[in-house]
Design a protein around this ligand. Structure first.
Ligand code: PMP
Length: 463
């Protein structure tokens, strides 16, 4: 078996990619003019490209490689499963051992109100499932008029029609007349960017009460659910002020509305707890999951269903007309099980809470001293640096939002570290297995990248 990368030189691979590959979330024409970077191998936190460069994967792929890359244990589990039962569905009154074992394992590691999982293949499908399950629940409960789902501006819940609609990415909405009917959005708890003259604590309360206002405006009898990420990931690692979640929880406790915590990024140890809602002490009724469920080894998502929701969508009886060919795919379930076993055996959740989390946070926050950085924030192993033209003034942003972020991201790549740019902030979310030495390297490269970006901005007369 020969990998493509061994047969073709980089230039040829690039040309073939440009000719035939339409990239997701990419201006593919612009990319083709520049050429893709070709990743050929990965081990632990390190990627290798087709020119032999080693790059530190500061994003764990796309926020998913909790246990790091290249774990043979997971590959072996998948191989074993594929030779035994490569595929069978779960529609025909049938099931199979790996999906049973995984559903049981998820009930074990999740908060006590969760005992059932509906499986799918991605975070987007998980949120499509949420959309339909929430409405099915209220139908089953005899309240079919409860239809509205409230999300947040700049939230991200995936790229399918329901995912895009529940999310609050305006540019995505503009392509194709979204959101679909029945979805509303409220402001996000993004103090650095939108807090105005309020303190973080005041702003957290204000943002939470926007939910109260929205529910009361539409009427509790019309609102089905509120969906939110514990920490917004794709929106720019928005870590809410401490006052935010307790106030949201109070508002929801007083009202009969389902609470959906999108755990696609925050789940599986990212915040030093199994799920992000546990970090914030909030009690969701549904939790969409994906990414860290398999550490990205195979595609799999799901929705954890609380006993409260199960009482409507399962215990009352009646078919839920929803499901996917690959719901509970045996090989993906085997990958998830092997992955979760590693997370438990290597105590990665505890490691993020007590060891590598605090270690990296302290060093990351110190980057806040850099003249280009307006704020350096991190919880668990997910962090952001806000790049600003004038230190100390968070109300002044660079012109043409995204230009400086993209420049910094490209410099970081060249320096050997993958950080993601969101607007003009730099994001990291490294594998949970990153060592202390690798964390030091990550911070050193991030620091050099900030210095190089600063110098480049000076050269261009932009600061
Ligand atoms: N929800 C959240 C919070 C996400 O971050 C993402 C992906 N970044 C999704 C849903 C969608 O997941 P997928 O890309 O697997 O469809």
């Amino acid at each position: 078996m020969t990998a493509v990368s061994n047969r073709y030189p980089t230039a040829q691979l690039r040309a073939l990619d440009a000719a035939h590959h339409f990239h997701p979330f990419t201006d593919t024409k612009a990319l083709n003019a520049e050429g893709s970077r070709i990743i050929t191998a990965a081990k632990g936190v390190w990627l290798t490209d087709s020119d032999g460069n080693r790059i530190l994967d500061g994003m764990a792929g796309l926020w998913c490689a909790q246990v790091g890359h290249g774990r043979e244990e997971i590959a072996d589990a998948v191989h074993r499963q594929m030779t035994e039962l490569s595929y069978y569905n779960t529609f025909f009154k049938t099931t199979h051992p790996p999906v049973i074992a995984l559903a049981e394992k998820l009930a074990e590691v999740s908060p006590p109100q969760f005992n059932r999982t509906f499986f799918c293949s991605s975070g987007s499908e998980a949120n499509d499932t949420v959309f339909r399950m929430v409405r099915f629940y209220w139908d089953q409960m005899g309240k079919p008029e409860k239809k509205i789902i409230i999300g947040r501006w700049n939230g991200y819940h995936g790229s399918t029609l329901a995912g895009t609609s529940l999310g609050g990415m305006k540019a995505m909405h503009e392509q194709g007349d979204l959101p679909v009917p029945g979805v509303r959005h409220i402001p996000q708890p993004y103090w650095f960017g939108e807090g105005g003259d309020m303190s973080p604590a005041e702003f957290g309360i204000w943002a939470a009460r926007e939910l109260e206002k929205a529910i009361d405006h539409h009427g509790e009898d019309k609102v089905a659910a509120f969906i939110a990420e514990p920490i917004q990931g794709a929106g720019g690692v928005i870590i809410p002020p401490e006052t935010y979640w307790p106030e949201v929880q109070r508002i929801l406790k007083e009202r009969d509305i389902l609470f959906v915590a999108d755990e696609v990024i925050c789940g599986f140890g990212r915040l030093g707890t199994w799920f992000g809602s546990e970090y914030y002490g909030i009690e969701p009724d549904l939790m969409p999951i994906a990414k860290g469920l398999t550490s990205g080894y195979l595609p799999m998502g799901g929705v954890l269903v609380s006993d409260k929701v199960a009482a409507g969508v399962i215990d009352k009886g009646g078919e839920f007309y929803h499901g996917y060919t690959y719901s509970g795919h045996p090989a993906c379930a085997a990958a998830a099980l092997a992955n979760l076993e590693i997370i438990q055996r290597e105590k990665l959740v505890e490691r993020v809470a007590n060891d590598i989390g605090p270690y990296l946070q302290a060093r990351w926050r110190a980057l806040g001293e850099h003249p280009l950085v307006g704020e350096a924030r991190m919880t668990g192993l997910v962090g952001a640096l806000e790049l600003v033209p004038e230190k100390g003034n968070r109300k002044k942003a660079f012109p043409n939002t995204g230009t400086v972020g993209t420049m910094c991201r490209d410099i970081s790549f060249r320096n050997g570290l993958i950080m993601r740019a969101v607007r003009d902030s730099m994001i990291i979310s490294p594998p949970l297995v990153i060592t202390h030495g690798e964390a030091d390297q990550l911070v050193a490269i991030a620091k050099k990248t900030l210095d190089d970006t600063h110098a480049e901005l000076k050269r261009r007369g932009m600061i």
